[in-house]
Design a protein around this ligand. Structure first.
Ligand code: FES
Length: 169
């Protein structure tokens, strides 16, 4: 692996995270087929894929900005807006769906004051949905960061927010 990137432009902000991004791009030898891996690395480094990060990647890899942006919107594991410290993932797979997942999403949103895909004002939580998180026996199930919560019927959401979510504050 070549860990230097002598031919890449330096980001005018002087943000060292771009130097790290340069190394990742050099590691993959600017291969367009490695775009997803590079975007993953960038999201890990920056927290989310801001417009200037996407422009930088497109320029460094000689790809069109619209292509790079299109890839980020196609895969739901990429985020182009800042994410909360903890991701709340509500399973909307079949089993959870029939046990009330859509209402769970709605009530969580009401309690947190956000819609799906948004982040709370304090930057603590983002609300997302996912297809089957592998805990069907616990449906309806959600995750908060690495923690799994099951049998979270819609009528349990207010108490869940007032009690369980408090421990992340
Ligand atoms: S369908 Fe929700 S955990 Fe499997």
């Amino acid at each position: 692996m070549n860990s230097t990137a002598p031919n890449l432009p330096h980001h005018p902000s002087g943000d060292q995270r771009f130097a790290q991004l340069d190394q990742t791009i050099a590691h993959y030898r600017h291969e367009p087929t490695a775009l997803i891996q590079i975007l993953h690395a960038a999201q890990h480094t920056f927290g989310y894929l801001a417009p200037d990060v996407l422009r930088y990647i497109a320029s460094a890899m000689k790809l069109s900005p619209s292509h790079v942006h299109g890839v980020t919107t196609f895969y739901n594991f990429f985020s182009i807006v800042p994410r909360g410290k903890y991701q709340i993932m509500v399973c909307t797979g079949t089993t959870c769906h029939v046990r009330g997942a859509p209402t769970v999403v709605e009530r969580l949103g009401q309690q947190l004051g956000i819609k799906e895909g948004q982040t709370t004002k304090d930057g603590l939580f983002s609300l997302h949905t996912a297809r089957c998180i592998g805990a069907c026996a616990l449906a309806p199930a959600i995750t908060v960061g690495e923690d799994v919560y099951g049998k979270l019927a819609p009528d349990k959401i207010p108490r869940f927010c007032q009690k369980d979510l408090k421990k992340y504050a």
